[in-house]
Every structure is written in C-alpha cells, then in structure tokens.
Design a protein around this ligand. Structure first.
Ligand code: SF4
Ligand code: WCC
Ligand code: FE2
Length: 634
C-alpha cells in the first residue's frame, strides 16, 4: 500500500509518529500480518470448548468441526453473531435515549429539556399518542413507554412499532411473509445468541433469516435513537463548520469528544461555553475549543456546528498534535490504544460510561441525573491538563476544510420546500424521473487499515457524482468527505455532473445558500442512517412503490465493525443493493455467499455487492442504479 491514508493531515502526522516512535493503528495492523486465512474466510469456530475447530473450504483437511458443524453452519453462525452485536450496540444507545426521556417525564433528569417541540409532537402523532388534554411530561412518558415496548414486548405477532410505522406497507408485508419482522429488539438479539449455541440451529439459511430479523431490530433501535435524539437535542439544520486536525487551536483548551452518544457531549458543549472564562484565566486566550472525533463528533457537528477533527481510523492523531488537552469518550469505536497513548502526552483520556472503561483513563461516570455536574468536572480536568501542556511537543497541522453539514431528512425537505411549497418531494422526484438525478447513493460505514483511509469513499463518490448520482453520507464515511472538502459548494462545482449540478444549484439557491448544495450531504452519525431511509420511504410512498424499486443504493467501502454489518444487512433486508468494499468474513461458505449476493434478490429485493476496487465498485453501483431505473421504466 503506497499511502496509508488520504486524510489531508495524516501523512504529516504519521511521519511525526514514526520520528517519535509512537505506535498507531497502522503499525499494529502491520504487526498482525499475515492475518489468519481461516479467520478471514469465517471458517473458524470457537463456540464451544471442544474447539476451536476450523474447516478448510478447499477440501484439504476435515470438512466438519468436532460436533459435526459444516462450513456453512460455521460461517452463518459467526456472521449472525456479529449482526447481534451490532444490533446490541445501536439499540443500547437507543434505549439509553428512550430511558432518558422517561426519566425526564418523571423529573429525574433535571438537566435535560426538549429542544425540538415540533419533533416531539410529530413523534407522538406517529406513535398514535394523542396530546389532547395531556401535560407535556405525560406525552414524553407515553412516547418513552411506547418506544421501550420495542425492547420488552412478548407477543411475537406484533411487529416492533418503530419498524412497522417507518417502512412502506408493501415492505412490511414482504418481511412478514419471510418471518423476519422483529417483535422485540432484545429478543432478536437473544434469539441469535440462543440459536447459535452449540447444538442448536445448523441450517445456514435459517440462521441467515434470523440474522435478517436481527438486522431489522438494529434498524428499529437506530431509528428510535435518532428520532428521540432529535427531539431532545434538536433536529439538525444546515450548518457551516470545518474539519481536519487544523481545527485544534494552539491558544485554546482543546477537548475532543469521541464515541457515539449525544447524551453527554451536548452538555460538554454547553459547559464549555459556561466555563470559558476559567480557561482564559488559565492562560488559554482562545478559551475552550470542543472538537469532534468519530460519531460523537458527527452528532455535535450536525446539531451545533462543532468542527470535526477526524473519523474513526485516525482517532489517535489528534493526541499527536500535543495540543489536545482532553479526549472524552462514551461508547463504541473508541480504540483501546488511546489509554496507552495518553501516557505519552499530557492529554487526559476520560471514560464516562460504565460499559466502557479503558486502562490508563480517568473514569468519570456519567449519569443522566447529574449531566451538568459531570460535564463541569470533565471540563475542569481539561483545563488542569492544559496547564501541563508541553509546548515542545505541540505540532498542529495547519489544515482544515469547510464543511456544510446538518442535512437531516427534515432539512432536505425544508430546502426542497423552497422550490415547491406544497409538494416539496416533487422537485426531487421529478429530477429522478427525468434523469437529472440518476439515483441516490448513501455512503456509510467505517475505515480500516486494510485499505488506504478514505480513498475508496472519495474515488467512488467522484465517479458517481460525475454520473449525476445524488450523494448522502453518515458516520465515518461522512467524516471522510468532510475532511476532504467534499461537503462544500466548491466540490459540487468541481465534481458534479452537469444535470446534478443544476439541481443542486437550484435547490441551494432557492434555500438562500447563494450557491449549490454541497456535493455530499452529511446526514449524521452512523446511528442516523435511518434518516436516509426516511427520505427513501417518503419517495417510495409518494409514487406507491416498494423500496426495492427505487434507484437507491448503499455503499460501505471501508467497513469493519459489527454495527456496519448489521446496517448493511438491514439495507439488504429493506431492498437496497448494498456495496461492501472490504471482503466480509464469509467467503468460506458458498451457501452463505450465494444467499447474500444472489438469493437475497428473490427474498428481499436487496443484495450485497462485494467489490474492493473503488473504480470497479463505482461501476457496479452505477449499474445497480441503472437496473432499478430500467425496471421502473424511467
Ligand atoms: Fe467445534 Fe462444533 Fe464446538 Fe464449533 S460448536 S467449536 S464446530 S465442536
Ligand atoms: Ni459507525 Fe464504523 Fe465509524 Fe464506528 S463510528 S467506525 S461503526 S462508521
Ligand atoms: Fe458511528
């Protein structure tokens, strides 16, 4: 690999790391090479202590594990356990938000307020909760309880509410016929764990169907997490900010927020403003500067315009600037290496959740009851750390790009409303039908040192933009585009095909942006992928088709996490062609591969496209869009 990362500051920072003998994720990846071929194919089973067993799919060696499980059973079991973990991660985040709403309604989370009343009313209406004659807290309570029922319902015939109410009727009917509609998020996770216990489900197709159900539980947990977070902290609106390590400021107390859950980071931002004078008093004349990393970064970027330092893979680099005074983490996608790394710098690593402690970190346990108090304590620790900053180690790359973010589905509809006040989706739909916009691609997923960081995102996006595909992004994909300056009007001018450019200009100018919409629309963190679905569902419902008929595709060019796996699987369950740019650990089973890439087409309409070469991937994604257009007759 000639270049490790396409992040604009990475090359500089990685040579600095090398010079100072600081180890990064790329070094550790190299130390792991060559990685185990059995693991890469998904054919190693460690489910019981008669194993580990491994089957060589080339027919060389035993063809079954000690218990008699064959390669298809083993691969399918491993795969759906990953889906269960991804679902657990997302939905636990959702549960945390829903429980906060319940606590608020009972007066037990005094620091929280509902910032978006309109959204709370929209949610109540969606959940068939009548506000008539009810106090505000009563409405919150009913919303929280109705939502939490998706984690507790025992009647298997009743679908999860947040799934049932957010997908087209035809899709629900299709999924019901397949028997993959979850009635309870936690039960779907438990079901996967139970059926993959030694000596239970051995049928790969039956196992994969349980995986589809688990993935739809993941969708449910994500959907409710985003909706309730918007109600609590505000539905994102277009906002201008910046990205790259240059957002770290030498004259400020710099605090990075990393992880996923906005419950704490929102207060860190508030408290940073409140305690700004203390930072100035400590000598930081710029005051407190909060920057984002990974998806907590995306959350506060979307709602507050907090600048983004970087995305997942390069989360070690902000500390290398020597000017990061604290990094506050919550849950998910936080590298354990930050603990050891923080020993080499003055940076205070602060863990905050009981489920995520890291050796080497200071733990300040966050509770919703005392959100402000914990935030205050954290900020004061950062100011203290600032006083210990070693100026010989300060080296901040002077590079940052503009980012226009904040494109919730509501914000996109609002922009379209400027073109057609009565029927805002019409202009978008008309332009898809007439081909000015060929289709829509959602970029999601992670980074991995297996491929040059961000490169595949940028290559595929530029190829598709040229061919007039509308681009959306979330999670670390959004981070990649933010850092590369692709979420700007200039990028639209430079990379969009003529007809796409004209549409983005018309919308942007009507919305008062004095220029086109950015080339890639930032829709939020990875839990917010459902925002893109809500837009697709609105389009599908408007023309009366199911989701598998729309020219809408998903792409995860650099995926690595179990969450990305569960997201990719629900994208397929919902009917979308879904590209993976990293080979999933399933190739050992021809049955599993066939179901995921071919048979799924008959079952759900969606399917996985696995293509590691970015140019070829762009072509395949574009072809999938053209296939859909042809079937629709447009
Ligand atoms: Fe081996 Fe079967 Fe145990 Fe897996 S479950 S480790 S294949 S004996
Ligand atoms: Ni979502 Fe992937 Fe980023 Fe983590 S934050 S690294 S799952 S895309
Ligand atoms: Fe994320």
């Amino acid at each position: 690999m000639d270049k490790k990362s396409y992040e604009p500051c990475a090359t500089e920072m990685l040579s600095l790391a090398k010079a100072n003998k600081v180890e990064t994720v790329w070094d550790r990846y190299e130390q792991q090479l060559p990685q185990c071929g059995f693991g890469l194919l998904g054919v190693c089973c460690r489910l019981c202590w008669k194993g580990p067993c491994r089957v060589n799919p080339m027919g060389d060696g035993p063809d079954r594990g000690v218990c008699g499980a064959d390669v298809h059973t083993i691969v399918a079991r491993n795969l759906i356990r990953g889906i269960a973990a991804g679902t657990a991660a997302h939905s636990d985040h959702g549960r945390h938000i829903a429980k906060t709403l319940l606590e608020m309604s009972e007066g037990h989370a005094p620091d929280y307020v509902i910032k978006d009343q309109e959204k709370i009313h929209a949610i109540a209406a969606r959940l068939n909760i009548s506000p008539e004659g009810k106090a505000h807290n009563q409405i919150l309570r009913e919303i929280a309880l109705a939502t939490l029922e998706d984690f507790s319902r025992q009647d298997e015939k009743i679908p999860c509410t947040w799934l049932e109410l957010t997908i087209p009727a035809a899709r629900l009917a299709k999924l019901t016929a397949l028997g993959v509609v979850p009635h309870n998020i936690d039960a779907s996770i438990a079901d996967i764990m139970a059926r993959t216990h030694v000596g239970t489900d051995a049928d790969p197709v039956n196992l994969l169907l349980a995986g589809l159900r688990g993935s739809l539980a993941d969708y449910t947990g994500m959907y409710l997490a985003t909706e309730l977070s918007d109600a609590l902290f505000g539905t994102p609106e277009p906002v201008v900010t910046s990205a790259n390590l240059g957002v770290i400021k030498a004259n400020c107390v710099n605090i990075a927020v990393n992880g996923h859950n906005p419950l704490l980071s929102e207060f860190i931002c508030d408290m940073a403003a409140e305690l700004n004078a203390e930072a100035i008093e400590a000598g930081a004349d710029g005051g407190i500067n909060v920057v984002g990393v990974c998806c907590t970064g995306n959350e506060v970027l979307m709602r507050r315009g907090i600048p983004l330092a970087t995305n997942y893979l390069s989360q070690e680099l902000p500390m290398l600037t020597g000017a990061l005074d604290a990094i506050v983490v919550d849950v998910q996608c936080i590298m354990p290496s930050l603990g050891k790394l923080s020993e080499c710098f003055h940076t205070k690593l602060i863990t905050t959740m009981s489920s995520c402690k890291i050796p080497g970190a200071t733990h300040i346990e966050f509770h919703t009851q005392t959100a402000r108090e914990s935030s205050r304590e954290i900020i004061r620790l950062a100011i203290e750390a600032y006083n210990r900053r070693d100026y010989d180690k300060v080296n901040i790359p002077q590079h940052s790009n503009t980012v226009i973010g904040g494109f919730s589905a509501e914000a996109i509809v609002e922009a379209l409303r400027k073109l057609d006040a009565n029927d805002p989706l019409k202009p978008l739909l008309d332009n898809i039908v007439n081909g000015n916009i060929q289709g829509v691609a959602l970029f999601a997923g992670c980074n991995t040192p297996k491929v040059p960081q961000d490169q595949a995102y940028l290559t595929i996006a530029k190829e598709l933009a040229k061919r007039n595909v509308l681009l959306l992004a979330t999670g670390c994909g959004a981070g990649a585009f933010a850092k590369a300056g692709m979420m700007t009007m200039e990028a639209t001018e430079e990379f969009a095909g003529d007809s796409l450019k004209a549409v983005l200009r018309a919308i942007g100018e009507a919305a008062g942006l004095k220029g086109p919409l950015p080339l890639v629309l930032h829709m939020g963190s990875c839990v917010d992928n459902t925002r893109a679905v809500s837009l697709a569902v609105a389009l599908a419902n408007k023309i009366g088709v199911d989701l598998d008929q729309l020219p809408v595709v998903a792409s995860a060019p650099e995926c690595m996490s179990e969450k990305a796996l569960s997201i990719g699987t629900w994208a397929v369950s919902l009917g979308f062609p879904t590209h993976l740019g990293v080979i999933p650990q399933v190739l050992g089973s021809s049955v599993v591969v066939d179901v995921l890439t071919e048979k799924a087409k008959d079952l759900t309409g969606g399917y996985f496209i696995v293509e590691t070469d970015p140019q070829a991937a762009a072509q395949k994604i574009y072809t999938a869009i053209q296939d859909r257009r042809q079937l629709l007759g447009i």
